[in-house]
Design a binder for this molecule. Structure first.
Ligand SMILES: Cc1cc2nc3c(=O)[nH]c(=O)nc-3n(C[C@H](O)[C@H](O)[C@H](O)COP(=O)(O)O)c2cc1C
Length: 163
């Protein structure tokens, strides 16, 4: 079977699937924080509590995340578009000017996020040009602040609740 599919068509179709925005973080063995903006985050299981996200093989953070054995998911608020953009920009100090503290396993938890999860890496699965990280959630926190949304390649805020 010949698949008539190129990356751009898939990207355009996927961009119709609205998501939140998260920053995935970890801490390396020298105690240095690493992180990047992601929207591939999703829940997997409640019992046991598992989540997943995928990291590009091209990422400069690949070694940090595959070596550390833990990560945190920081779900950004409507006020944190600048953080989303900074953590997707190469060659900048992404953590400069961003308050954070170590979560339960050491991964950075950013201040002002609407929710965070500390996760122990349960499994790393090869998925084409990405590695899928499946994590066991060992701690989760949330607030009721409105989240930052992403749709059609642009940032959005929550609209009114539909009846
Ligand atoms: C909205 C948005 C979502 C993204 N989602 C992902 C993702 O799920 N996985 C990924 O590997 N990169 C994702 N990226 C791209 C990374 O944030 C970006 O390539 C970053 O520069 C990678 O940095 P690194 O090479 O330092 O890891 C996303 C970027 C944006 C703006």
């Amino acid at each position: 079977m010949v698949l008539d599919m190129d990356g751009m068509r898939l990207r355009k179709a996927m961009s119709q699937y609205a998501t939140g925005i998260a920053v995935a973080t970890t801490l390396d063995e020298d105690g240095l924080p690493h992180g990047l903006t992601i929207n591939s985050f999703n829940s997997v299981s409640l019992d046991p509590p598992l989540v997943l996200w995928s990291l590009s093989h091209k990422s400069g953070n690949l070694e940090a995340f595959t070596q550390s054995g833990h990560f945190a998911i920081n779900i950004l608020s409507q006020q944190q578009k600048d953080i989303s953009m900074r953590f997707a920009t190469p060659d900048v100090d992404r953590f400069a000017g961003t308050d954070w503290q170590k979560g339960k396993l050491g991964s950075p938890v950013l201040s002002g996020v609407v929710a965070s999860m500390d996760c122990k890496v349960e499994q790393m699965v090869e998925g084409g040009d990405h590695v899928i990280f499946i994590g066991r959630v060992v701690e989760a926190n949330h607030t009721d602040s409105p989240p930052l949304l992403y749709h059609g390649g642009a940032y959005h805020s929550l609209g009114p609740v539909l009846d």
